[in-house]
Design a protein around this ligand. Structure first.
Ligand SMILES: [Zn+2]
Length: 575
């Protein structure tokens, strides 16, 4: 059978996608997808089916990695010709499948269980970009159905950080707002025989799941309505009963082996207090909320890949609309894990200060270092919707940020581990320095009396009689060196012609303040906490720095770009 290229690619794409979502592509699903996007093929079904079957067999026999590879290649091409006319200038993400202008609804569903990190920024930015691009709606939904992890503080911080990223949700809601509705769907699932109450012990459940055996409760579940009423009326206590999905206990995808849909958690909830103890799992709440909220395109990180099948099966069992599910790779940087399991213990054990510690990948930490929301957005969009598991280099984010802050950062001198130079023939001088080498950002006056500081790195190489240039000031000749006291005596020469001599930065002792730069390094090396991950660089800076407001960006020449924290401290951003 002959197809044009676009149709051929579309068929291949649907089969690949389907076979990745469900392990094996099925003719019914592929056909319905194909026809819903190309209704005119309806009349050709008889001719298409044999071709589809052949393609499905071919693709089902591929290794998973090869399927992903193929899909990745196609994702860039697929739909481009069809949707090109919709792409506005500057929109760089691939078009969404089955997206209609004005009807796209996306959502960002964080759990309020910690501070948002760079991975959250990626999800929220991509979701919002799509909603805006298609003139649709963007929902922020707090997925708060586990009171053991959730705290009021985290709802606020998420709102604050999204606001910082300039992300404006059209709707803000909590999954816990719908708790009664979720209970109702849970009961419906049991009534239509797709779920059951399991009263096995947690150890038994675990054992049977790993060996793929159905428990007694499932086998006798057809008449479990009485148990269901007891469960939802609070008859059971913690660990005595759960609601499970009737999946497939033999499925290679263990996410389908009768997962938990509701469990009893008798803990104060930040929004509902103690009003409710029967809490749905994310596996149950997410698809139902997405479907009821009108979400058309649910973007999930690739870690949920195996649970996508469950997502669809739950909605199918409840006869609810199934959104398009799309995946993207999660974002984290080498040595900066985003996992709360790794970060929380470091805070508890006081190995790091708090969630905004500059070594962390939280948005608060990036903000503290002087990364701009614009740079984060550009960086995220530059990654696009890749499925690749490789971690991008943080240097890419840094280069986006550098381009932005380079225009506003004042250039200043800072010397580490200072040596003092006495200028033997000095008269008081006022030196006018430009705040920025190329932009008009004002000037500052430095008063030099009879001494300056230079950094030990420069001082160590100096020898008696050698000549150096103090940048923007004067040439000097070294007369005496006292390496123990870290002192030098020099003469200013009148000769200021540019010679090929070392050019050294300095700070006037008259106009200096003791200063500290806090410099983060990799938090983890391999899988271990790096005890040397926070460097405190001390030295002298120009006293002008103390007049700058918190959050001002400066560039300490030789050290790099930093954000002013207070009068005597700044936080290192990047070179
Ligand atoms: Zn059981």
């Amino acid at each position: 059978m002959e197809f044009d290229d676009e149709l051929y690619n579309k068929i291949k794409f649907i089969i690949l996608k389907n076979s990745l979502d469900y392990e094996k592509a099925r003719i019914e699903t592929v056909l319905s997808k194909l026809i819903s996007s190309n209704p005119n093929l309806r009349t050709d079904i008889k001719r298409i089916i044999p071709y589809l079957n052949k393609e499905i067999d071919k693709i089902n026999s591929l290794r998973k990695e090869d399927k992903i590879e193929l899909l990745k290649k196609m994702d860039q091409n697929y739909g481009v010709s069809k949707d090109k006319k919709n792409i506005k200038d500057g929109f760089t993400l691939p078009p969404l499948i089955n997206a209609e202008n004005g009807h796209v609804v996306t959502r960002f569903p964080p759990e309020p269980n910690g501070y948002p990190h760079i991975g959250h920024a990626k999800a929220a930015i991509i979701d919002e970009e799509y909603a805006r691009h298609y003139n649709g709606k963007f929902i922020l939904r707090f997925d708060d159905t586990n009171p053991l992890n959730e705290q009021s503080e985290y709802y606020d911080v998420i709102l604050e950080d999204l606001n910082w990223l300039k992300i404006k949700p059209d709707i803000i809601k909590n999954t816990s707002d719908d708790i009664t509705l979720l209970h109702k769907y849970g009961q419906e699932l049991i009534k239509n025989n797709s779920g059951y109450i399991c009263t096995c012990k947690p150890e038994t459940i675990h054992k049977l799941r790993s060996s793929g055996i159905e428990c007694e409760c499932r086998l006798n579940s057809t008449n479990s309505l009485e148990k269901m009423d007891k469960f939802f009326n609070g008859y059971f206590h913690k660990n005595e009963a759960i609601v499970r999905f009737k999946g497939d206990m033999k499925n290679d995808n263990t996410a389908i082996r009768d997962p938990t849909l509701f469990r009893i958690i008798d803990t104060e909830h930040p929004r509902l207090g103690r009003k409710n103890v029967i809490w749905p799992t994310y596996d149950f709440a997410a698809p139902i909320e997405d479907s009821l909220d009108g979400v058309t395109h649910a973007l999930r990180t690739k870690e949920y890949e195996l649970r996508n099948q469950l997502y669809r099966e739950i909605l199918t069992a409840l006869n609810l609309r199934i959104p398009e599910v799309l995946e993207f790779s999660r974002l984290e940087f080498e040595g900066m894990p985003v996992s709360k399991r790794k970060i929380k213990p470091l805070i508890v054990n006081k190995q790091i200060h708090s969630w905004d510690d500059p070594r962390l990948p939280t948005l608060k930490a990036f903000k503290k270092r002087g990364f701009t929301p614009e740079a984060i957005r550009k960086f995220v969009l530059s990654l696009g919707l890749t499925l690749s598991e490789t971690k991008p280099s943080i240097e890419v984010l840094e280069s986006f940020n550098r381009k932005i802050i380079d225009r506003e950062a004042i250039r200043l001198f800072f010397v580490r581990d200072p040596w003092e130079i006495t200028l033997e023939n000095s008269t008081i001088k006022e030196i006018l320095l430009q705040n920025h080498p190329s932009l008009e950002m004002g000037r500052r006056i430095i008063v030099v009396k009879d001494s300056v500081y230079i950094s030990s790195v420069d001082a160590k190489n100096l020898t008696k009689g050698s000549e150096i240039r103090l940048i923007e000031f004067s040439n000097i000749i070294i007369n005496e060196i006292d390496r123990e006291k870290k002192e030098l005596k020099c003469k200013i020469t009148n000769n200021i012609i540019n010679k090929d001599i070392p050019k050294i930065q300095w700070v006037s002792t008259e106009n200096s303040v003791p200063y500290k730069i806090v410099k983060p390094h990799m938090l983890f090396i391999n899988d271990d906490f790096n005890p040397n991950s926070l460097e405190i660089i001390t030295g002298y800076a120009e006293s002008f720095v103390s007049t700058l407001l918190t959050d001002t960006m400066v560039q300490f020449i030789r050290e790099g770009f930093c954000r002013i924290e207070n009068n005597n401290t700044s936080i290192f951003a990047h070179k």
